[in-house]
Design a protein around this ligand. Structure first.
Ligand code: SF4
Length: 353
């Protein structure tokens, strides 16, 4: 993982050697205290590390102390157009501010935001999106190319640095997966600020999750990215689930990694049902340790192909062969396959039954 500057956001850190933080954004009206607090809590329970909400009017800013007093998770104010709302959020206990300097107005306004944030040790994320990079940069590159996004982010970081402010997180997002990945790779070479990564405006859960997995996953595998946000046109709790799955599939974090064969003409069991049940029962198991559990459709290829698995079952006709690291241990009836694997998993992860 690329070593970046460390940034403190409320009671959490990103960058440096800190774990990659998952974040999401509420879609309730920020001034609606009950709805927004409930959603922040749901996001936190789903594994969200940082929650952002829009601060689009003064009522939204005035609700910040209520949230800050009722949850123990860093809160980020998303500000567009009105720098005074950034100042209002900073005065009311926000943990971080996200601005797009391109729509905040003249430099003097940005200087005022930087000054207050410096005094209060509040980091600022400069969030550059395809549609909102500066005109001069867009003209130079003929549109929102990866180079344009990265250059715009760096220009804005340099402006904050001129105001003696370097408590900065950067993001360059696009709805075009390749543009976003290329832009973040460029930006990562140009500075050592932590990067917030994500594909924007992705669409529904199915394609949106895949676009996000390709974009975020490509960068994570390169060691780039300190905080991730999956953006879906859906309940944001699903964004957190998708983000957690992307991290897990990139080899980050502990838990149960299930490998299973695609089934074929040799399959004699309800392997699809067994895998779905095992996924469902193990998805939320939290552990620092990662183990691999195999569910294979037959004994011909099963134990051999899944030799690397810590534990597994090769299914036959109404029964299965339990194996450990490729060595067959015993035969078990089909109805005991999932309960037996769960018991084995708990043993491997030292979880009390
Ligand atoms: S493990 Fe067996 S059942 Fe599964 S795909 Fe391979 S040959 Fe087919």
């Amino acid at each position: 993982m690329k070593l970046t500057k460390e940034i403190k956001i409320g009671n959490t850190y990103i960058g440096g050697t800190h774990p990659i933080a998952v974040q999401s954004m509420t879609n309730t009206k920020t001034a609606d205290k009950e709805a927004t607090l409930n959603q922040i809590k749901s996001l936190a329970s789903a594994g969200c590390d940082i929650v952002r909400f829009t601060v689009n009017d003064i009522e939204a800013a005035e609700a910040i102390p209520y949230y800050a007093n009722n949850v123990n998770i860093p809160l980020v104010a998303d500000i567009h157009f009105d720098y005074k709302l950034a100042l209002a959020a900073a005065e009311r206990g926000i943990s971080k501010i996200r601005i797009n300097p391109g729509n905040i107005g003249d430099k003097e306004n940005i200087r005022k935001v930087a000054t207050v944030c410096r005094e209060k040790n509040i980091p600022i994320r400069i969030g550059i999106n395809g549609g909102s990079a500066e005109k001069s940069v867009l003209e130079k590159y003929g549109g929102p190319t990866a180079e344009a996004l990265a250059e715009s982010a760096i220009n804005n970081a340099r402006m904050l640095e001129q105001f003696d402010f370097n408590n900065i997180v950067l993001s360059v997002k696009s709805s075009n997966v390749k543009t976003m990945v290329d832009a973040a790779r460029l930006l990562s070479q140009m500075c050592d600020y932590p990067l917030h990564i994500g594909v924007t405006e992705t669409g529904d859960v199915r394609r949106g999750s895949i676009k996000s997995a390709i974009g975020i996953g490509s960068l994570l595998l390169d060691g780039i990215g300190n905080t991730v946000r999956v953006s879906l046109t859906e309940d944001p709790v699903l964004e957190v689930a998708a983000a957690r799955d992307i991290l897990f599939c990139c080899g980050i974090g502990g838990g149960v990694n299930i490998v299973s064969c695609p089934t074929c003409g040799r399959t004699r069991s309800n392997l699809i049902g067994l895998v779905a049940e095992l996924e469902e029962k193990t998805r939320n198991i939290k552990s620092n340790k990662r183990i691999t559990v195999a569910l294979m459709g037959c004994a011909v290829n099963g134990p051999g192909e899944a030799r690397h698995a810590d534990i597994g079952v090769a299914c036959g006709d109404k029964e299965g062969l339990l194996f450990r690291k490729g060595e067959i241990i015993k035969k078990i009836p089909e109805e005991l396959i999932v309960p037996t694997l769960i018991q084995e998993i708990k043993g491997l992860l030292n979880i009390d039954a």
